[in-house]
Design a protein around this ligand. Sequence first.
Ligand code: NDP
Ligand code: CA
Length: 310
Amino acid sequence: PHSQLIKRTFQTIPHDSASVQGDSVRVFQWNVLSQALGQNNDKFDCCPLEALEWKRRRCHMLEEIVRHNPDVICLQEVDHFDFLSRALATQSYSGLFVPKPDSPCVYIKDNNGPDGCAIFYKNNRFDLLEKHDKILQVWTVHSNQVTLLLILKDKCTGQELCVTTTHLKARKGALLSTLRNEQGKDLLQFISSYAGDRPTIICGDFNAEPTEPVYSTMCSCPDLPLDSAYKVSGLEPPYTSWKIRGGEGEVMHTIDYMFYSKNKLTVSSLLNMPIERDIGENRVPSMSYPSDHFSLVSDFYFNKISKDSE
Ligand code: NDP
Ligand code: CA
């Protein structure tokens, strides 16, 4: 059947094919929009109620994921992990989930449990070597945000990859921006302690525009030289989230990222953000897109020689 989802196109990133090896790894990043929050807290006044019904939304959610056939899937605001896990298992994915310690979802009537971060990987391509998770700390005190880290091993090449996801503290303000930066520092310390020499990809909803300190923190870690995948195309996209909320009005901003080891990996293609006309004047979520965040997809090649050892 004809897809009802907003159409998406890829852009190819020119690169030196002689300096990379093996098959590329397609990584998918998405804040799926928690069912409990989306229906009860977000006040998406311009979105028809039926678009937010779980029975409809879950189909679009799955379609948005599987239509891009990713090898690795990083998700945030997941409050239906069991559903996703069962559905994605039919497409050869295995997944892990870490809930937020005090998820706002559980205070909502008819909730489906806490929301949290999840990572799925194609189990016919990768073996899971290690799994670690952490409640992010701010000045040594636990916050309400978590991170999940997997070490994956390519079954064919033996190549290992560290994949991490997180969903940083939401909302505007100088103090919150500082708080996100502290979460970012703790995240980097956590990843550095497990990634070792492995190529690393960090996907998430950082709730911070590129001008926020946490973005610079992520791109200037001495132990872990990272770059933002979408930045490789020149600029970050003009938006990764575009919504209209009652009270708050229209919000269009870039807050979701895929950071990667710039010396060990090469970006070869990126999924473009949908154009304004296709998004529609009521923005998202909508009948043609199930979340207020757009998914990010990037293909990464492993470099033959790490650029830091040249
Ligand atoms: P965050 O500030 O990180 O936000 C939690 C979620 O709310 C995120 O998924 C975020 O989505 C979403 N969100 C952000 N802005 C808005 C908005 N304007 N309207 C609706 N939803 C929004 O919260 P914490 O995880 O730190 O948890 C604290 C929050 O949890 C409190 O603000 C409180 O509302 C709730 N809570 C309630 C309790 C209670 O009822 N007794 C107890 C504990 C927590 P995104 O990242 O996509 O922006
Ligand atoms: Ca949200």
